[in-house]
Design a protein. Structure first.
Length: 349
């Protein structure tokens, strides 16, 4: 039997960052069902920091995470350009417009219908592996433990705290249970006898393409204003491309579907005249959203020993440092630097 103050379920960026923020102050045990932490959404992201991504409720978490990411050298300048065939940038009123001539310079070979653009120069690439590795390392160095191949099966709560049973039969006693299980967040809530929130995992596809054009390594992140695609430079002749798909699915080890790869390429070919030479890699991951697409951080409204850290959608990497500090402050009974009200799980009835 293992005894701990805080049991965190999930070794992705959410669980690891929160564990890193808590381990110096409480006994923390993080459990991860897979052999390695970061196997699911965290290991499959497009790895960018984009302030406008996720909307106004997410932006404070992204902004507050920026300096931490920058100071560790995990951000590389990329820049982003939102493009459109007409002026449909209602959600980006503060970004400077770019005219067709300037668009052509920054995206050579851009097809004629793409006449409008908005500039978001602060966009950066995130070194996700370094960030996640740092968080897991910090958790351990501060005295916390990480146990992989360890799946929570059941959890029962009484006045003394939680009695948790893992798939290998291990029994854990914990004062607080943290749900950082990504796509499985509602399943963990059910296993603990806590009401679900209604999070929905949505599959997103990524493709690494080799194209008949050179000099692409520093190509900005190019995002469609209607949300049909994005792509960014990867190597001299390679790009990362997504059809911006959001396909509802059950929690799973997501894999790309041929149709989504084909859709991505078809949309890409309508944007630039670069010949597609090969699909070098393809992968998919789950972006898991709460019903209002705002992340969920806080104590469950009925079970005060259950803390939600879920629904990070498509912005869980770029928000992780600040979200973890905010959640840790709540757990430690301190005043968070950011207002946690928008993320309160109690908003779901
Ligand atoms: C294609 C794609 C592109 C993305 N691009 C970006 C981007 O550019 N920038 C950005 O900020 N974000 C991006 N995201 C979103 C980001 O990856 C996620 O928001 C983030 O990784 C979620 O982290 P997490 O820790 O909540 O989930 P996960 O990384 O999925 O971790 C949850 C973990 O919980 C474990 N678990 C579940 N149930 C149990 C159980 N019962 N017992 C033990 N362990 C359990 C799982 O095995 C899993 O490892 C992207 C996502 C995808 C899929």
């Amino acid at each position: 039997m293992i005894d701990t103050d805080i049991l965190i379920v999930g070794g992705g960026i959410a669980g690891a960052s929160l564990g890193a923020a808590l381990a110096a102050r409480r006994r923390v045990l993080l459990i991860e069902r897979e052999v390695h932490c970061g196997h699911h959404s965290t290991g499959r992201s497009a790895a960018f920091w984009l302030e406008s991504y996720g909307g106004p409720a997410v932006a404070p978490l992204s902004r507050a995470s920026h300096d931490f990411l920058q100071s560790h050298g995990w951000l590389s300048p990329r820049g982003a350009i939102h493009i459109g065939q007409s002026d449909v940038f209602d959600n980006l009123p503060t970004l400077a417009p770019i005219d067709r001539a300037a668009l052509e310079k920054r995206i050579p070979g851009l097809r004629a219908p793409w006449r409008r653009g908005r500039d978001e120069p602060s966009c950066a690439d995130i070194d996700v592996a370094a960030l996640h590795g740092h968080m897991v390392g910090m958790l351990r160095q501060a005295g916390g433990s990480v146990r992989t191949s360890a799946e929570l099966l059941t959890a029962q709560c009484n006045a003394a705290g939680w009695r948790v049973i893992l798939s290998d039969g291990t029994e854990i006693h914990a004062a607080l249970l943290v749900n950082a299980a990504g796509a499985w967040a509602d399943q963990v809530a059910l296993a603990a006898g806590v009401g679900t929130i209604g999070v929905v995992p949505k599959r997103r596809t990524m493709v690494q393409l080799r194209v008949g054009r050179t000099g692409l390594r520093d190509l900005p992140l190019v995002i469609d204003s209607r949300g049909q695609f994005y792509f960014k430079g990867e190597g001299d002749r390679t790009i990362w491309l997504s059809p911006h798909d959001e396909i509802d699915c059950l929690p799973c080890d997501a894999a790309p579907e041929e149709i989504d790869v084909a859709t991505a390429i078809a949309r890409f070919e309508e944007v630039v005249d670069w010949p597609v030479e090969a699909v070098e890699r393809r992968w998919a991951g789950l972006r898991t959203f709460a019903p209002d697409r705002v992340p969920v951080y806080g104590f469950d409204k009925r079970e005060a020993k259950f803390f939600w850290c879920a629904g990070q959608g498509g912005f869980g990497i770029q928000t992780a440092p600040a979200a973890a500090l905010m959640a840790a402050a709540m757990i430690l009974g301190e005043r968070p630097a950011l207002d946690p009200t928008p993320y309160d799980p109690a908003r779901f009835g």
